[in-house]
Each structure stands twice: as structure tokens, then as C-alpha cells.
Design a protein around this ligand. Structure first.
Ligand code: HEM
Length: 160
């Protein structure tokens, strides 16, 4: 690894922020709630759009759904990432050696690459009239659903 994970984790866990969260009765559960609300926005909106790509609710315009759902999905990251980092800092030493945490991070990167491929090569946002997409979009929709379920499963297992 190009930086000493154990030393960075030790530093993070000993910051006054991490100590403050550990000593507080309500801060950690409050961060978990923020994390979960962000997940509902990110993964909930992504799932609904993926199900439309898979052919459910064909009467609903693909373009309109993307304009409504995808910005809310992105906005979920504004809650997930800060709360996730603060949750991580609180137990950085044990989480940084937990394979479930690193599997979660790898799956998040796979999900991000999947979104990039979809928007860069498949979903031409200027073609407002497009009603259906190439079969590739269905494969990317299935990858999205499976990978986000994997991230959620890893997240839940982290809490044990
Ligand atoms: C981007 C998408 C993400 C999703 C969908 C996600 C999902 C989840 C889920 C479902 C949980 C379990 C919550 C519970 O039931 O208590 C969780 C917990 C957790 N997540 Fe995330 N997470 C994401 C990103 C992150 C990031 C970027 C970090 C840190 C860098 C992070 C750190 C954590 C930690 C430390 C916990 C354990 C909290 C606990 O002890 O309950 N997550 N995550």
C-alpha cells in the first residue's frame, strides 16, 4: 500500500472528532441515521431507475424519470460520504483491517464505474425522445442492482 494504513487509521481514531463521537450517547446513532437516509436516496432512486431500464413501467418516460431520480440519487452521496467517514474514524483501527470494509469500498468503486459507463456510452442525455435503450443498458441495470445490494450487505455486516 502506498501509505501506512495502520498509522493513518491510528491517527484518525485518535482525533478529537473520533473521541467526541465515541463519548457521545447520541452522535454515533445520529450518524448512522444520516448514513441510512443517504442510502435510501442514492440506492432507492438508482433501483427505481434500474427497474425502468429493465422494462418495468414502460409507460413512464425514461428521460423524465432520469431527470427526477438521478439528481436525488447523486444528492444521497452528500449524506453518505461525510457520515461514512465519521463512522469509520470512530473505529478506524478495527475497520481498516476488516475485509468486509474493503470489499464494500471495492464494490462502491465498481458501482461508480458502472454509472460512468452508462452515462458515457449508453444514455445519451440529449435524446429526450428515447423510449428504450440498447440491451447493454439492461446488463448495466442488473450490475447496478446486484452491486448496491452487495454494498448494503457489507455495510450491515460492518455494524456487527
Ligand atoms: C456509497 C455508498 C454506501 C452505501 C450504500 C453504504 C451502506 C451502508 C449500510 C447499509 C450500513 C449499515 C447501516 C446499519 O444498518 O447500521 C453501513 C454502515 C457503515 N458504513 Fe456505509 N455505505 C456507503 C458508503 C460508505 C463510505 C464511503 C464509508 C466510509 C468511508 C462507509 C462507512 C460505513 C461504516 C463505518 C458503517 C458501520 C456503521 C455501524 O457500525 O453501524 N460507508 N453502510
Amino acid at each position: 500500500m502506498f501509505f501506512d494504513v495502520a498509522r493513518v487509521a491510528d491517527w484518525l481514531e485518535n482525533t478529537s472528532w473520533a473521541a467526541g463521537i465515541r463519548q457521545s450517547l447520541w452522535l454515533y446513532p445520529a450518524l448512522e441515521i444520516v448514513h441510512i437516509v443517504g442510502i435510501v436516496m442514492l440506492v432507492g432512486a438508482a433501483f427505481m431507475f434500474d427497474l425502468r431500464l429493465l422494462g418495468f413501467s414502460r409507460n413512464l418516460p425514461l428521460w423524465g424519470m432520469s431527470r427526477h431520480l438521478l439528481p436525488w440519487s447523486r444528492r444521497g452521496l452528500w449524506l453518505i460520504i461525510p457520515s461514512g467517514i465519521l463512522l469509520f474514524m470512530t473505529n478506524a483501527k478495527s475497520l481498516s483491517t476488516d475485509p468486509t470494509f474493503w470489499l464494500k469500498i471495492v464494490l462502491i468503486i465498481v458501482a461508480a464505474v458502472n454509472v460512468f459507463i452508462f452515462h458515457r456510452f449508453v444514455f445519451k442525455t440529449d435524446s429526450g425522445g428515447q423510449t428504450e435503450l440498447s440491451p447493454v443498458s439492461k446488463v448495466l441495470a442488473v450490475v447496478s442492482i446486484v452491486v448496491w445490494i452487495g454494498v448494503i450487505a457489507c455495510g450491515r455486516l460492518l455494524a456487527y
